[in-house]
Design a protein around this ligand. Sequence first.
Ligand code: FAD
Length: 313
Amino acid sequence: MPTLLFAEHDDASLNPVTARALTAALALGAPVHVLVVGENARPAAEAAAKLAGVAQVLLADGPAYAHRRAEPVAALGVALAGQYGAIAAPSTAFGKSVLPRIAALIDVMQVSDVVAVIAPDTFERPTYAGNAIQRVRATDATKVLTIRTAGFAPATEGGSAPIQPVDEAGAFAGSRFVGEEIATSARPELTAARIIVSGGRAIGSAENFHSVVEPLADALGAAVGASRAAVDAGYAPNDWQVGQTGKVVAPDLYVALGISGAIQHLAGMKDSKVIVAVNKDEEAPIFQVADFGLVGDLFQIVPELTAEIAKAK
Ligand code: FAD
């Protein structure tokens, strides 16, 4: 039976995590149908149809799916579930909101945060804040999987899958959309960024994020991240948090400034290809995962680094 993959998108375009989740879905070995749910979401469906390996795009488009509230989207997933051997979505806020509802409603055990597909019924997923990898076998007829997309390379373009409209699965009156605040930034989105510069508690203030962390990020064309300590102290917004309870990232380059390297932070970034750490404590655990470490005061080192990078451009 085919695999149903929920696309992550904003109606107008596809979030790059969808192409990564597709790689995981294709590893199940069955044809993959990508489900695009939204309102005026045809552009996202067209982008999904271009991904290599997609057998079909299902487009559920209408006011019932505006803002992708979890309840109507889950109802649609339940209506489609019987036709699929697996239902997958990226482990994003959307996927983590919708898939557990589907799993509960069709009474199967969800496998969360899949980092590797070993066989169509066997998966690897992190446990104990990423300190151990668990291999699990799902015996349910329909597998429900959320995918940690950082662990999978993006599927390439080159496909031309047909786009098939799907009917609404019925209205849901139990929730309504109230509003949303969308953070706009000229910088790359954290989970899609190739380079991330993150600041920790040592940054000391929101002003220092602006004057020390952000210039280095801009010199590198990077996204800005933060430790939970920095977020809790109000130095950085919530959606910058990297870690177990923040975003899980695996960029080509991760620069950690004044971050100690607690396991909960490492859980969100230790799969980065190259890790650079600046910390004044040479015993800081971040140096155990760092490829390059600078021991010293970040307030001296980072402006020098920023100036050198700007010069080299
Ligand atoms: P600290 O641990 O205080 O480290 C600051 C570092 O800065 C130190 O190593 C210090 O040597 C260095 N430093 C100080 N001054 C300078 C200077 N001038 N120049 C250079 N270096 C300097 N944390 C996360 O980050 N993400 C999560 O998702 C997350 N989830 C959690 C979930 C749970 C259930 C729990 C219990 C905790 C979680 N945490 C998370 C918190 C985590 O345990 C740590 O408390 C947090 O990561 C520490 O942040 P930090 O490294 O910025 O601060």
